[in-house]
Design a protein. Structure first.
Length: 164
């Protein structure tokens, strides 16, 4: 029998990431322009060791935006394939994060990490976000519209509809 520590060390590794979908009444989405990437993204980031995805989302928003958010329900989840930049792939969790106009007015961006923040309309989302971040937004909006949980990595042609 293989020792437990050796067995655990042999298991596949995946990063866990979390994002906040903040949607205005007119369906614009709050996005951040990071200083370290060429594309815009939703607020959020990597889940730290021992941290839950929801707590990580709250922490990341506080670090990036300088405000505490009230996290809503889990909207979407999915697997991100391994690639050249990330050989292990990741699991992503997208949460609803309602924000009042007064909270937006009090944003205090992490200058070393966030260049700017903006409410983006659909055409801007498609142009400024990475394809993956755009998929996060689409899946989150679908979940808000239809209810339930969206699995953004599930093809419509496989078992089920992609909605939980």
């Amino acid at each position: 029998m293989i020792p437990r520590a050796e067995y655990l060390a042999s298991l596949p590794r995946k990063r866990v990431i979390t994002s906040a979908l903040i949607v205005a009444e007119d369906r614009r989405v709050l996005c951040i322009e990071p200083t370290y990437k060429s594309t815009w993204h939703l607020p959020g980031g990597t889940v730290e060791q021992g941290e839950s995805p929801s707590n990580a989302c709250i922490r990341e928003c506080r670090e990036e935006l300088g405000v505490s958010i009230d996290l809503g329900r889990l909207l979407a989840v999915g697997h991100i394939e391994p690639g050249a930049e990330d050989p292990h792939g990741a699991l992503a969790f997208i949460y609803d994060a309602p924000m009042s106009p007064s909270t937006f007015d009090s944003l205090d961006l992490a200058d070393d990490e966030i260049r700017s923040v903006a409410w983006l309309e659909d055409a801007e989302l498609h142009r400024l976000l990475s394809p993956l971040a755009f998929r996060f937004v689409q899946s989150g909006l679908e979940s808000l519209d239809r209810g339930g949980l969206v699995e953004f990595d599930r093809d419509e042609g496989t078992t089920g509809s992609g909605r939980g």
